[in-house]
Design a binder for this molecule. Structure first.
Ligand code: ADP
Ligand code: MG
Length: 269
């Protein structure tokens, strides 16, 4: 790796926003696919009990014997939980609804906030030669999301381009500050990415203006357009980059990947 600012080992990014339906899973899958397409070795960790990232990448529920749950709460060989996808360079640890009870079980553990951190830093991880780990967080600021923030170098926040988008961001930022104070002082904001952007809609433009005015350089230049091909792709178990390689959505996620790769030193908020 040529970038001296890059941490040793994979860069770990938590994709988080406690609002549901803002594009976390879509961004995790497609940013992961775009990075993989660019030759980076990527692992997606599905940390949402809904398991949408797993489904979207073609891991059938019946085929998820070992999952993020075992990764967090049981001693298990990594090779049992790290799965290949249809894409070269893109791996996944899938999730099932089992993970919904993990939030409660974690509370009983002394190392409750560090379980994902420790799991991702075990020596056995080295064999995969990863460049990036993307963690798809649940729509909540629960202990699972805190585990992601403790494990991560940075947080990437998808922001849906609609009314009230910025509401809730202060709660998210507060959680990030608390994690910095308690467990992970180096945690950065990777950036905020506008999703489901509709350039014909004044509201999208207004949200973008508000975001750029208030959050400045934290906001990625790349906007992800609202694009029907993006929403269709998961039902074909594919990232949009494979489902429709020249769609606007695919192009935007490639741009986002490029911006991310060239922007390892984005300022912390
Ligand atoms: P989250 O993980 O934050 O709950 P999702 O990524 O599942 O959000 O997205 C919510 C819904 O919006 C899904 O149905 C998804 O297909 C759709 N969606 C996300 N991004 C786009 C986009 N750029 N264009 C069209 N639909 C999108
Ligand atoms: Mg999701």
């Amino acid at each position: 790796m040529s970038d001296p600012t890059r941490p040793r080992g994979p860069k770990i990014i938590a994709v988080a926003n406690q609002k549901g339906g803002v594009g976390k899973t879509t961004t995790t899958i497609n940013l992961g696919a775009a990075l993989a397409e660019a030759g980076q070795k990527v692992l997606i960790v599905d940390l949402d009990p809904q398991g949408n990232a797993s489904t979207g990448l073609g891991v059938a529920p019946s085929d998820r014997e070992y999952t993020t749950y075992e990764l967090l709460l049981e001693e298990i060989e990594l090779s049992e939980v790290v799965r290949e996808t249809a894409l070269d360079n893109l791996l996944i640890v899938p999730a099932t609804v089992d993970l919904s009870s993990a939030d409660m079980e974690l509370i009983a553990s002394e190392k409750r906030s560090f379980l994902l951190h420790d799991a991702l830093r075990q020596n056995a991880m080295d064999v995969y030669g990863l460049d990036y780990i993307l963690i798809d967080c649940p729509p909540s600021l629960n202990l699972l999301t805190v585990n992601a923030m403790v494990a991560a170098h940075s947080v990437l926040v998808p922001l849906q381009s609609e009314f009230f988008a910025l509401e809730g961001l202060s709660q998210l930022m507060l959680t990030i500050r608390e994690v910095r104070q308690s467990a992970n002082p180096g945690l950065r904001i990777e950036g905020i990415v506008l999703t489901m952007f509709d350039s014909r809609n004044n509201l999208s433009a207004q949200v973008e203006q508000d975001a750029r005015d208030n959050l400045g350089p934290m906001v990625f230049k790349t906007r992800i357009p609202r694009n029907v091909r993006v929403s269709e792709a998961p039902s074909y178990s594919l990232p949009v980059l494979q489902y429709d390689s020249t769609s606007k959505g695919a192009m935007a996620y490639r741009d986002l990947a490029r911006e991310l790769m060239s922007n390892q030193t984005r300022a912390a908020a």
